[in-house]
Structure formats: C-alpha cells, structure tokens
Ligand binder design. Structure first.
Ligand code: RP5
Length: 164
C-alpha cells in the first residue's frame, strides 16, 4: 500500500497557493490529506498530527506557512518522516520572512525548503521521495520530465521559425 502525503497549511489564506501542490499530487494519483493547522494557533493539533503521522500511513509531510513560519520546523520536531516546507509570500516582506524561518533550521531537525510559494515543487519532491520505493511512480516522474523537455524543445523550434 502506497504511503500517503499530508499537506498542512497555517491558514486558509494559504490555500490558493497550496492548491498547486494538491493538484500535482492528484495528477500522480497520490492519496493526500489536507489540513489547516498552525504551529501558533493550534499547537496541540499540529504536534499530535506529526507524532502520529508515521503510524497513520503517511510517508511525507508538506507544510505551508507564512510570516514567522514555524509550522514545518515544529512538525519536523515531532516526526522522523521527511518534512518539506513551503514558505508563503505575505504582504509585509514578500515571503523572505517565511523563507528564512523555514530554511534556517538548526542542525538535527532538517526541513527541505522549496521556493517561496513553490507548492508544485513541494509536491514533486514528495513524489520523488515516495518513488524511491515505488517503481511505477518513478516511471511517471520520468515521463513528466521527458514531456517537459519535449515542450521546451517545441517552444524553441517555434521561436526559431518566428525569428528567421
Ligand atoms: C501563517 O500566517 C499562515 O501560514 C499564513 O501564511 C499567515 C497569515 O495567516 P492569516 O492571518 O491569513 O490567517 O501562520
């Protein structure tokens, strides 16, 4: 049975960006649970979720949070599952605040941090982790990469025909 992916976000205001991760995981047929859970506003729910995530069948946890973004770090502190952090862009500091909070984990408790608002890459990284023990998933990833290459080559060909 395939491991599940959990996506946690600090606020419902994160959902428009997080949707990019949800749809990517759906495209790959990954069974996914999505929750609003905050390191600050629902600390007990967040720590309970992380503590039980492995026994509940999760393989990777994605955490999206903005501002003083502690969610990924707090979740990582309560589990040995791989945790991927998405720093969310906010008005005041354009996401630099969340980027630094998420990426600068002290040694011992790693969080794999993607770009500001990098929800699709968070999902792809989660899929790559699951694909280590799932050959079908690994093949799907290869197909996706090949298609990406072909798309770029086709765009370049079109550009050349327009230029000359
Ligand atoms: C963080 O604070 C959330 O992840 C969100 O990105 C940010 C703002 O939250 P709201 O004030 O919109 O609920 O905890």
């Amino acid at each position: 049975m395939n491991k599940k992916v959990a996506i946690l976000m600090g606020s419902d205001s994160d959902l428009p960006i997080v949707n990019g991760a949800i749809s990517t995981l759906k495209e790959f047929g990954i069974s996914t649970q999505v929750h609003i859970m905050s390191a600050h506003r629902t600390p007990k729910e967040a720590s309970d979720f992380a503590t039980n995530a492995k026994s509940n069948g999760f393989g990777v946890i994605i955490c999206a949070a903005g501002k003083a973004a502690h969610l990924a770090g707090v979740i990582a502190a309560h589990t040995t599952l791989p945790v991927i952090g998405i720093p969310m862009k906010s008005n005041a500091l354009d996401g630099i605040d969340a980027l630094l909070s998420t990426v600068q984990m002290p040694k011992g408790i790693p969080v794999a941090t993607v770009a500001i608002d990098g929800a699709e890459n968070a999902a792809l990284l989660a899929i790559q982790i699951l694909a280590l023990s799932d050959e079908t998933l690994a093949l799907k990833l290869e197909e996706m990469r090949n298609k990406m290459t072909e798309d770029v080559k086709a765009k370049d060909k079109k550009l050349q025909s327009q230029l000359f």
